[in-house]
Write a protein that binds this ligand. Structure first.
Ligand SMILES: *Cc1c(COP(=O)(O)O)cnc(C)c1O
Length: 417
């Protein structure tokens, strides 16, 4: 490994400069909060798929298991466990979503929450028959929309953004009309990292009388979000990516208080009902955001989301975003200088204001190269057919770690190989 990390000039940025960036990084101290990977890991560049674990999560689970689960047993449900979906939702909302209390729950998966939010939004726009979405959205969002269109007889209006870009307000304005019920997009595109102008697109939708459902999977915990100020209707997002709550952790679901009186979601479970424990006949939704719940809260996942929200609140989302920009600027500069000459294209926007927390590069042999990178301890993300996603988690990552990883990518993708 040492031959790859000798401090040779890589493009416009030297390893010494990366080390300087670490020395002046106000978030550098947060690195120690995370549990270590095995020694063979040179760099972890996949925190946008699965964030690294905070030591605080292991401590919280340990305490919960011994004190609350073992100690309190079934009594725990009436001693606060049942309140956690809303309580932790409010904590994440304050730390990372720009949302006032009472509008966010943590429950189910993003896929299920997306289905519920979409149905709730469609139910608020009866008689309208179109959903606007894009071909570059994450598969689960496209498939759920296709199922809704089939079941409800709706029309899907597909936008086709450029490979290194995303959906603009102008593109939405060009296709929206009085039959549009919902516009649904990812705030940050999972492939290109394009950061959509969420407030402007939300305004375009509202001017046409439509509602928005934003997917925040790649922005929550990495980018500033102002759901209330942007007047967003519904939003969903993962907590196991930049929030770091662990594989399969429950997802967020936001519904603007403005819509609570008419909230009508399709999965009528007992825990979204008024007075759940009366076990009565017939469904009557609970008041407010609680009505978006369906079944039993996943406690361990909620405790992990709680730790993720706490560390975001402590670091501050503005500082996290600033480091995300600095990391993606460094990676983009190195990629332009050393990887583009080796046949790669950069698939992410060059304007940092329109770029999220990862950088995608593409070359036809990306699948095979990804395999060799993994073997060399540089854990990136391969995305078919030919993209390598370099995910940059501002809290656990250092500039030097990322620089070293870029050097491994350059070396393993050089023509000699
Ligand atoms: C990661 C991701 C998902 C994942 O959904 P799950 O239900 O957690 O599997 C959904 N949408 C987007 C945009 C994603 O990036």
């Amino acid at each position: 490994m040492s031959s790859l990390t000798t401090g040779a000039i890589t493009g416009s940025i030297t390893r010494a400069q990366a080390q300087d960036l670490d020395r002046t990084d106000p978030l550098a101290g947060f690195r120690d909060r995370y549990l270590p990977a095995t020694d063979d890991v040179v760099a972890y560049l996949d925190g946008n798929s699965l964030g690294r674990p905070l030591a605080a999560i292991a401590d919280s689970w340990q305490r919960f298991t011994h004190e609350q689960w073992a100690g309190r047993l079934i009594r725990g449900w009436s001693e606060g466990w049942m309140d956690l979906p809303e309580l932790v939702g409010d904590e994440l909302a304050a730390a990372a979503l720009g949302a006032a209390p009472g509008q966010t729950i943590i429950a189910d998966s993003t896929t299920v929450n997306f289905y519920k939010a979409m149905r709730a939004a469609l139910n608020l726009r009866p008689g309208r028959t179109k959903i606007i979405l894009d071909r570059d959205n994450f598969p689960t969002n496209r498939y759920v929309a296709e199922s809704l269109a089939r079941d409800l007889g709706l029309e899907l209006v597909w936008l086709e953004p450029p490979i290194d870009g995303g959906v603009t307000p102008e593109a939405v304005a060009a296709v929206i009309d009085e039959r549009t019920a919902v516009v649904t997009l990812s705030h940050i595109a999972y492939q290109s990292a394009f950061l959509a102008d969420a407030p402007a697109i939300t305004e375009v939708a509202h001017r046409a009388g439509a509602l928005v459902v934003w997917d925040l999977c790649h922005s929550v915990g990495s980018t500033e979000i102002e759901l209330d100020a942007w007047d967003v209707d519904f939003a969903v997002g993962c907590t196991y990516k930049f929030v770091g709550a662990g594989p399969g952790a429950p997802a967020l679901l936001y519904a603007n208080a403005r819509h609570h009186a008419g909230l009508d979601q399709p999965i009528w479970g007992w825990l979204g009902r008024q007075d759940s424990f009366e076990m009565e006949q017939g469904y009557r939704p609970a008041a407010g955001i609680r009505s978006m719940m369906s079944g039993t809260p996943p406690l361990l996942g909620l405790l992990a989301v709680r730790e993720g929200a706490a560390v975001i609140a402590e670091a501050g989302i503005a500082a996290i975003r600033a480091k995300a920009v600095a990391l993606t600027e460094m990676v983009t500069a190195i990629a332009e200088d050393t990887l583009v000459p080796q046949g790669f294209t950069v698939m992410s926007p060059c304007d940092p204001a329109r770029r999220g927390g990862h950088v995608s590069i593409a070359r036809p042999d990306a699948r095979e190269l990804s395999q060799r990178l993994t073997e060399a301890g540089v854990l990136i993300d391969f995305r078919a057919p030919q993209a390598i996603r370099i995910g940059l988690s501002p809290l656990p990552a250092s500039f030097t770690e990322v620089w070293d990883a870029m050097e491994v990518i350059r070396t393993l993708s050089a023509p000699a190989h």
